[in-house]
Design a protein around this ligand. Structure first.
Ligand code: VGL
Ligand code: ZN
Length: 201
């Protein structure tokens, strides 16, 4: 263990939420997040642990039409990214998602953006149906979709465990990622790393 905190053991009611680990957010992608590929190994560790316990796994994805309002051509802040059905929108092939993964597509309409996995989706309903009360979160990007997903999760009453080794920030402004992590901590999120998981070697 790298810290002195009690190890985290998975329990019934835990759910893993993998946020937007899509090719366009990885190095070489159209909206590449620096070090974005580094989240894959720690997420695979969590995926294996959730798989062994038979606990539910959710994967959110940005799933935009080609004329999405967040794209520069329409006056938005971003280059085109995660256009539905393209390779850039596919989950990273190295990410070990199980066949049973519950996929949550967001910002699917041309005039609607959503950084949160809960925004305009049935994620909350699906989590409740499966009895999830504590969400383990990692993915991309810390300062956009991870932050907004965690804000909504806390507002909706979920416990949240955030894995610092399994997130990376866009950092449009220096420090955005660090500020996002402190806000999430302030909201009552447990901020830890995959090394703190009880079953890790
Ligand atoms: C995201 C910018 C634009 C994200 C999505 O997944 O964090 N960032 N669309
Ligand atoms: Zn987007």
């Amino acid at each position: 263990m790298s810290n002195c905190a009690r190890p985290i053991a998975l329990e019934d009611g835990d759910g893993l939420v993998v946020v937007d680990v899509q090719n366009d957010f990885l190095p070489g992608g159209s909206l590449a997040v620096p070090g974005g590929d580094e989240v894959i190994a720690p997420l695979n560790t969590l995926l294996a642990q959730f798989g062994r316990r038979g606990l539910p796994v959710f994967a959110t994805r940005d799933w935009h039409p080609a004329d999405h309002c967040s794209f520069k051509a329409r006056g938005g802040p971003w280059p085109p990214h995660c256009v539905s059905g393209t390779r850039g929108a596919s989950f990273a092939s190295a990410l070990d998602l199980p066949c049973s993964v519950s996929i949550v597509s967001k910002a699917t309409g041309a005039d609607q953006d959503a950084y949160s996995g809960f925004g305009g989706t049935d994620l909350d309903l699906r989590l409740r149906e499966l009895g999830a009360r504590r969400l383990f979160v990692g993915g991309l990007a810390t300062d956009y979709c991870v932050l907004n997903t965690v804000r909504d999760a806390r507002r909706l009453g979920y416990e949240v465990v955030l894995f610092e080794d399994a997130i990376r920030a866009v950092d449009v402004n220096a420090g955005d990622g660090a500020r996002a992590v402190s806000e999430m901590r302030q909201l009552g999120t447990i901020v830890t790393s995959t090394g703190a998981m009880a079953s890790s070697p």
